[in-house]
Design a protein around this ligand. Structure first.
Ligand code: G3P
Ligand code: CA
Length: 245
């Protein structure tokens, strides 16, 4: 992220609207559609690996059941993570975060959302992987669990952290002070912000990446607010809109 674009197209769980969320197929499609960044969710396997999946269980997005953290990578890799969405994606596997790092060009930002709490083992594993794969500077780590972000930032001070939240704040930019540590970005629910909130945050040097915006009218509203990026299930649709500006 050496040169910052005006507005990042951020593919939510990949191109989630058109491919099974959080799979390599969804990330490839987002990249084909010209996304600038990928948002994904991570949990920890029984053997301490970072697995890309939204829920703490396999039930909703695979053909298996049970908690992600009760299974090893070898067991998790048995799950079909594509058929539930469409038979044409049969055989898609749950990716390791490392596999997404390997797939994604270095100029595409990755927004890793920490899901679940595993006694801080997940944060340790994430910092180690970011360092090993040279992904410290083009990853933004976000979470609704702000204590997890604080812990991560103390472990790896160069890490970029993004405050994810779904609340009505009197002053959104003030949320960045609540950690007592430098915050890179705000990730608010689009329904909770207005143009003044965004202006104030940008003036403070924060990026603002609202979620999850799928229809064109709302995309245009966010663009008019001056946001730094839009998290969307349809990166191709957003790029189409931006091309017509
Ligand atoms: O990061 C934005 C958004 O992904 C947060 O909510 O539930 O889709 O992970 P969720
Ligand atoms: Ca997410």
């Amino acid at each position: 992220m050496s040169t910052e674009k005006q507005l990042l197209v951020i593919a939510h769980r990949g191109a989630k609207g058109e491919a099974p969320e959080n799979t390599l197929a969804a990330f490839r499609l987002g990249l084909e559609q010209g996304c600038d960044a990928i948002e994904l969710d991570i949990h920890l396997s029984k053997d301490g690996e970072l697995i890309v999946i939204h829920d703490a269980t396999l039930d909703r997005t695979t053909d298996m059941k049970g908690a992600v953290n009760d299974l090893t990578v070898a067991e998790l890799k048995q799950a079909d993570a594509g058929s539930w969405f469409d038979e044409k994606f049969a055989g898609e596997r749950l990716p390791l975060l490392e596999e997404v790092f390997d797939l994604t060009p270095p100029d595409v930002m990755i927004n890793v959302e920490i899901k679940g709490s595993y006694g801080r083992k997940l944060e340790h594993a994430l910092c180690a992987l970011m360092k090993r794969k040279n992904r410290v500077h083009n990853v933004v780590v976000s979470s609704f669990d702000h204590k997890s972000l604080m812990f991560l930032k103390l472990l790896l001070p160069e890490a970029k952290i993004g405050l994810l939240y779904d609340m009505n704040a009197a002053k959104h930019s003030a949320l960045a002070d609540t950690l007592g540590l430098p915050v890179y970005s705000l990730h608010p629910n689009m329904k909770r912000i207005d143009t003044e909130d965004v202006r104030e945050a940008i003036e403070r040097g924060l990026r603002v990446y609202p979620y999850t915006i799928n229809d064109e009218a709302q995309m245009q509203e966010a663009i008019d607010y001056g946001v730094s990026g839009i998290i969307t299930d349809y990166p191709g649709r957003l790029n189409g809109l931006l091309d017509r500006q």
